[in-house]
Write a new protein. Structure first.
Length: 533
């Protein structure tokens, strides 16, 4: 079937510029050119863009999702017409029809996937108290479909024939006011699908919106439904909301705004059930000589606020551009090992080894929440966060080794927020590490740009030089000295005392001359030699 002219989306009717901008964006999108063919073939049909593309478009947030609802075209006819316009597949395992569609653009399939569905209504299974639904039919209206959605801000569509909003539930008004409001009865929506309670918190965190009072009260009332189980058709007890789904919603919230996420979870009384590791930080006192700000929970919340403020200030814009997405997650969980390691030595409270325990606890938590994506990044940051406090005292080589890790900018930001949230009794903080860390990062970047390598000589090259000097090297007796020579020469390279491979080889020979036969005859003196070299 030939494609018609892409003339859908007339913006007549006095809509404001924000709506017109979104309508024009969809109108000019080459991936949506096929829509006109369906509109021409079915003059009584309605096609609406729905979901995040509309919501985020009205907020001027980038969103490349394409979700369409087509009203007035039956399933068989839709499959035929889509088959002539691109590649279409019905998503299996769903009670309602959703198609994955890749349109043809200039005889080539688009790389982007468009999800297309007929309008749906919902049925409710009392036995499971879980939504199932789902009946999709061309005679169901788009407005009816919206009545089964979770929140009003997600029940807005853009009519691709007329270019106006389909907004029967006042979602656009809530969007402008920054409000998360359940569609219809909040209790009904949350009992249908308890994961919607976590979605409400997620949207409030991602968009920095407020949850409408009745909706939030319903979360508090129905919160226990999230972790309830029901008996399925096989007689097995299964979770109403799988931990994988809980983890998915939490992850999306926490990587963007963990402070607001935890505050909302705490106020809704779901924190202890889902993240007891954070709840348990409350009331854990810290030594006032380093943490006059309060307990571990308060310190953690202050750290998250500081990370947010640092990002908003643009002072460390370049570091944040390089930061891993899991920076906020590492900040939230960096001290979860403190309750388990708390001790008192007669002078003050200590948390010896809390960084190691925090990593172990985070791994267990991540496994529970099915967090595979980025788990290693968060673990690395948690593991290394205490090392940065003494970064200025490290040897240059160790500093550079740490700085060469692509996660080092994130580690700087985490440590900066941590130290800026750790107050001495006089209200001051200690960020002495920062200047050295930034200097070393710049040095490593410069060396990388110049093509310099981590090691100017390796162990095998040191052995070759030793043997070329006529020394009878025996690995079983003298292998330990190779590392000492290699380290000394590479540290001299790091200090810019040598600048090339040739100079490094001469340095090895110079050291061997000074050592004479100590390597062979008096190995116990070798360590003392390097302390003064």
């Amino acid at each position: 079937m030939e494609k018609g002219n892409n003339n859908f989306g007339s913006t007549e009717g006095g809509y404001n510029s924000g709506i017109e901008k979104v309508a024009e964006k969809f109108k000019s999108d080459p991936d949506l050119a096929f829509v006109q063919n369906i509109l021409d073939a079915y003059p009584e049909s309605r096609i609406a863009m729905v979901g995040g593309a509309v919501r985020d478009g009205l907020l001027d947030i980038e969103n490349k999702d394409h979700d369409l609802i087509i009203e007035g075209v039956n399933k068989n006819s839709l499959e035929v017409i889509l088959g002539g316009l691109g590649k279409v597949d019905l998503i299996e395992g769903r009670n309602f029809g959703v198609y994955k569609f890749r349109p043809k653009i200039r005889d080539e399939l688009s790389k982007d996937i468009i999800y297309i569905a007929l309008p749906r209504t919902e049925v409710y299974m009392e036995r499971a108290r879980q939504k199932h639904a789902e009946v999709s039919h061309e005679n169901v209206s788009i407005e009816d479909d919206f009545s089964r959605r979770d929140f009003t801000i997600n029940a807005i569509g853009m009519d691709l024939r007329k270019g106006n909003l389909i907004d029967p539930l006042g979602g656009y008004k809530d969007l402008k006011k920054g409000i998360i409001r359940a569609v219809g009865s909040a209790d009904e929506r949350f009992l249908e699908d308890p994961s919607r309670m976590l979605r409400a918190i997620r949207f409030a965190s991602q968009l920095n919106f407020e949850i409408e009072e009745n909706t939030f009260n319903s979360i508090k009332t129905n919160r226990e439904e999230i972790l309830k189980k029901f008996t399925n058709e096989k007689g097995l007890k299964v979770e109403r909301v799988p931990w994988e789904k809980i983890g998915e919603e939490l992850y999306k919230s926490l990587i963007f705004n963990p402070l607001k996420t935890i505050e909302l979870m705490d106020k809704a009384h779901v924190l202890n059930a889902i993240l007891p590791e954070i709840q348990n930080l409350k009331g854990v006192e810290q030594p006032k000589i380093y943490h006059s700000e309060g307990d571990v929970f308060k310190h953690t919340m202050m750290l998250l606020k500081k990370l947010w403020d640092l990002k908003e200030s643009d002072q460390y814009e370049n570091l944040f551009k390089e930061a891993v997405p899991q920076l906020n997650i590492a900040g939230l969980f960096h001290d979860i090992g403190k309750p388990a390691t708390k001790s008192f030595d007669g002078e003050r409270i200590r948390f010896n080894g809390h960084d190691k325990i925090s990593v172990e606890m985070f791994h267990q938590l991540a496994d529970r929440l099915k967090w595979d994506n980025g788990k290693d990044n968060a673990s690395w940051l948690i593991k290394k966060h205490m090392r940065m406090i003494s970064f200025s005292e490290m040897g240059l080589r160790k500093q550079k080794q740490l700085a060469r890790d692509p996660r080092f900018p994130s580690l700087i930001l985490l440590t900066l927020a941590d130290t800026m949230s750790s107050f001495r009794p006089d209200g001051t903080t200690d960020t002495a590490f920062l200047s050295t860390a930034l200097e070393i990062l710049d040095l490593v970047r410069k060396e990388t740009a110049e093509g310099k390598h981590l090691e100017i000589v390796n162990g095998n090259e040191v052995i070759d030089i030793i043997q070329s000097e006529g020394i009878n090297y025996r690995p079983e007796e003298h292998g330990w000295v190779i590392g000492q020579i290699k380290t000394a020469v590479n540290e001299a390279y790091d200090r810019a005392e040598i600048h090339s491979k040739e100079e490094a080889e001469e340095k090895v020979k110079e050291m061997l001359k000074r050592l004479h036969m100590v390597i062979i005859k008096k190995p116990l003196l070798f360590g003392a030699f390097f302390k003064t070299y």
